[in-house]
Design a protein around this ligand. Structure first.
Ligand code: DP6
Length: 341
């Protein structure tokens, strides 16, 4: 915790507020989108500072995310309200949040009220920890009047959850692995792009809570999976290819590389002991629909995270074909256009 406290103190030196832990206003507001990695983060090189073994690149989904209101509390414990419901202090979600908030307590502000609303329909099967910690960090910045640049806020969000570092940005974001031991160069930044045809399709297989969370899952993989040895090199290569494909708006290269990257990550999960298999029969059935669509000439790809749901990587013009192909199997697809006007 000492290294973490040091890191945060160092960051807050850039704050516009000379007393960075004294509230500047009665409340702070923050909102952030969920993101989907096209080249994945899987594995930590430093668990304390939450530094990744490899960089990653993502796309944020507008309209799906978290809104947070943060208020200082003079006494007592944190009050954490999720989607209108106050959580007990022993609920895992509340515990993790309070641990994170410990870094930002002072005599002027010993506790917080956190009111957080996830606009991610629970049914979408999308992780909300990324948007959650990004929104919380934005709310902290607002409450304390830090006015820190987004890249610095990304460093803070990384402490809450690695993927949260990418949720500070709309559109494509690149989370740099970084080289420094102190972790100051492991932040995300926006990749400038406007790509109206770029489309994400959400295929829900199951929305129950996952059996193995990402933090534990990636640790087990790093410790026990022989296949993982080849992952860091592949992940960095895929990251370069996808970043370049974003600049060139080369859809085929982006989709192919993202699908290959996701399946390679899942291969390392499966080759972990005890095995981590997030797939369900319906996940594989959905993959087969994607492969069949490709055989028929529709350029659609998929990616998957630590869960059974598929996220389709596709182009806006193919929405009808994709919708119909999945409808034949009784499956609904929700489409999101990250760069819609
Ligand atoms: C498979 O960011 O949830 O979604 O840093 O331990 O909180 P922690 O892990 P988290 O891991 C996300 C893993 C992933 C891939 C990705 O989003 O890059």
């Amino acid at each position: 915790r000492q290294r973490q406290t040091q890191f945060i103190q160092q960051l807050l030196q850039a704050s516009k507020n000379p007393q960075p832990l004294t509230p500047n206003s009665p409340q702070g507001l923050g909102s952030a989108p969920v993101n989907i990695a096209l080249s994945k983060y899987w594995g930590k090189r430093d668990k304390v500072l939450n530094l990744p073994i490899n960089g990653s690149v993502s796309i944020s989904l507008p309209g799906l995310g978290t809104e947070t209101v943060l208020k200082p509390l003079q006494t007592g414990q944190d009050k954490i309200v999720l989607n209108g419901e106050q959580l007990g202090a022993d609920v895992t979600f509340a515990k993790r949040l309070s641990l994170f908030l410990d870094y930002f307590r002072s005599d002027a502000c010993p506790a917080f009220t956190v009111e957080t609303v996830n606009s991610v329909p629970t049914a979408a099967g999308l992780a909300s920890s990324a948007s959650g910690y990004a929104a919380l960090v934005l709310a902290l910045d607002d409450l304390f009047g830090w006015q820190l640049p987004k890249t610095d806020l990304s460093l803070l969000a990384r402490f809450g959850s690695g993927s949260a570092s990418r949720s500070l940005f709309d559109g494509f974001a690149l989370w740099h692995r970084g080289e420094q031991e102190d972790g100051m160069d492991s932040f995300a930044e926006a990749l400038d792009s406007h790509w109206p045809e770029f489309c994400i399709g959400l295929v829900k297989v199951d929305t129950k809570e996952k059996a193995v969370g990402s933090t534990v899952g990636m640790q087990q993989t790093v410790e026990t999976c022989d296949l993982y040895k080849s992952w860091p090199e592949q992940a960095e290569r895929n990251l370069q290819t996808i970043s370049q494909a974003i600049i060139e708006q080369n859809f085929g290269t982006l989709g192919k590389t993202a699908e290959h990257n996701a399946l390679s990550m899942h291969a390392t999960m499966i080759a972990t002991w005890p095995p981590i298999v997030y797939w369900q029969p319906e996940s594989v059935a959905a993959m087969q629909i994607v492969w069949q669509l490709r055989e028929q000439g529709t350029e659609v790809y998929f990616t998957m995270d630590a869960g059974p749901n598929l996220k389709l990587i596709m182009q806006a013009k193919d929405q009808d074909k994709v919708r119909n192909a999945f409808a034949e199997h009784g499956t609904q697809v929700d489409f999101i256009l990250p760069f819609a006007e």
